[in-house]
Design a protein around this ligand. Structure first.
Ligand code: OOG
Ligand code: NI
Length: 465
């Protein structure tokens, strides 16, 4: 029988996860419905331009999920499951530093890296790892209890991991095995009906609600699933009109007249979900936990390192100005700052080397017999090539921290006098047993490949720069 390829497994997994999550968190279904309405309206109003950052087919199916695990061993297992789906760890995010509340995790995102794979299905999962060794959050006694608790649990059945390894090695699975793999994988991310040890959960919650969500239970679960929308401001209004209480901001760049860059996200808190609890006397009582939420995002153009530095600088400027004029809406401040300091067109972003583009030959090129110029900017200006923006496929630490934070019930505690444990992408690579890839390098390679192609087609000796 024919093999189900990795991208089909990925698409099927994303779709089934979406079905499961909609069942568990009904507000998610509303969010998906409203996103589809907004996208259909944008497509009608803007035509082909609406698909400049991805076909409507891709955008409609596009989701990112978020999960949280407790140990490097668990993270390595997650990597095998996502490896089966053709997803690789990209980027290192340290949310301990980015959040004001206690968010003791470091994170990466699993996603496809190849342009064609992304176009087929760009499903990605923001994956966070608890940091029990960080003394700012956990004293030695609590750390030891937490590590013992985590070491004793099993998040993924061995059969799932064996099937995952086969899928990765053979780049797919026969239909029956694919079905089994998908079932086991989706089940691993469902909310478990097993009673939660109430005293243990509360102990961790006093330190950090995120720590309790990760280390207070014996299973993991999908924490949110995020659809992509083409007009997030419109979506925000429509959700509010439907009576869904959204967090008070859209994270990331402001709404403005220039090109969409990076990522804008917003969310709402899900309702408390009923959960069985084991009380101190051993009896099982019904309780409720409010840990999951709904999130939506709009994606823009990937920025280069220089572009990203500009973005971070503008954020700092906006913070500073907004703090000085408490009455002014932050959005208005941000818009003004952006209009002054961010290029207002794709051409300008490209010319200043702030964003990534792929280049291809123009359909009608100059026919006056002149030789093509050697530089990217001149090739574009003279009509030899056209540039297409590269979509930002990753996350933003500060937005992620904001999303975490706005959905926590309490700020938790943190001992500022202690030195935090240092983690970086290399450490995370070691923990996962796979290289955590650098997002900038991936975008640059994509751009460079397109330029090499243009050079060959035009007979240039060197790729244009
Ligand atoms: C992850 C929060 C980060 C995003 O979109 O930035 C995130 C979590 O809540 O586990 O998903
Ligand atoms: Ni998210």
């Amino acid at each position: 029988m024919s093999t189900i390829s990795q991208w089909r497994l990925r698409a099927a997994f994303a779709q089934r996860l979406s079905g499961m999550y909609g069942h568990e968190v009904p507000a998610y279904t509303t969010l998906v419905d409203v996103s589809h309405e907004v996208n259909a309206d944008v497509l009608r109003a803007r035509g082909a331009d609406a698909e400049r950052l991805g076909s409507i087919g891709r955008v409609t199916a596009e989701r990112h999920g978020a999960i949280r695990v407790g140990t490097p061993r668990e993270l390595a297992q997650v990597a095998r499951i996502f490896g089966a789906l053709g997803m690789h760890p990209v980027g290192f995010y340290d949310l301990r530093e980015a959040a004001a509340s206690a968010v003791p995790v470091v994170s990466t995102a699993f996603r496809p890296v190849d342009g064609e794979e992304l176009a087929r299905n760009p499903f990605r999962v923001f994956t966070s790892l608890l940091t029990p060794a960080d003394p700012r959050f956990f004293d030695p006694g609590l750390r030891a209890r937490l590590e013992t608790f985590l070491a004793a649990r099993e998040l993924f059945p061995p059969e799932l991991l064996t099937l995952a390894d086969r899928a990765e090695a053979e780049r797919g699975l026969p239909p029956d095995d694919a079905e089994r793999f998908l079932r086991l994988a989706v089940r691993s991310f469902e909310l478990s009906p097993e009673p939660v040890d109430r005293a243990w959960y509360r102990t961790l919650e006093r330190v950090s609600a995120v720590a309790a969500d990760i280390g207070g239970v014996r299973s993991t679960h999908i924490n949110h699933l995020t659809p992509r929308v083409l007009d997030i401001d419109d979506l925000y209004r429509r959700m509010t009109d439907r009576g869904v209480e959204m967090i008070d901001t859209i994270q990331g760049p402001p709404a403005w007249r220039g090109p969409d860059v990076l990522l804008r996200q917003t969310s709402f808190r899900a309702l408390a979900e009923p959960r069985a609890m084991r009380a101190e006397d051993g009896s099982v009582v019904s309780g409720a936990l409010r840990v999951r939420f709904g999130e939506v995002e709009a994606r823009g153009i990937a920025l280069t390192r220089t572009g990203r530095a500009r973005y971070d600088e503008l954020l700092a400027r906006v913070d500073e100005q907004a703090a000085r004029q408490p009455a002014a809406a932050r959005d208005d401040v941000a818009r003004t700052v952006w209009e002054r300091h961010m290029p207002g067109s794709e051409e300008q972003l490209a010319a200043e080397g702030l964003a990534y583009f792929t280049y291809r030959l123009a359909d009608c090129r100059p026919r006056d017999g002149a030789a093509p110029p050697a530089g990217v900017a001149e090739l574009l200006r003279q009509g030899w090539t056209v540039a297409e923006p590269v979509v930002y496929e990753d996350f933003l630490p500060r937005s992620a921290a904001g999303i975490f934070q706005s959905n926590l019930s309490g700020a938790g505690t943190r001992d500022h006098d202690r030195q935090g444990t240092a983690y970086d992408a290399d450490w995370l690579s070691g923990a996962i047993g796979r290289e955590v890839l650098d997002p900038f390098t991936l975008y640059e390679q994509q751009q460079n490949r397109s330029l090499a192609h243009v050079a060959r087609a035009l007979g240039l000796t060197d790729p244009p720069r």
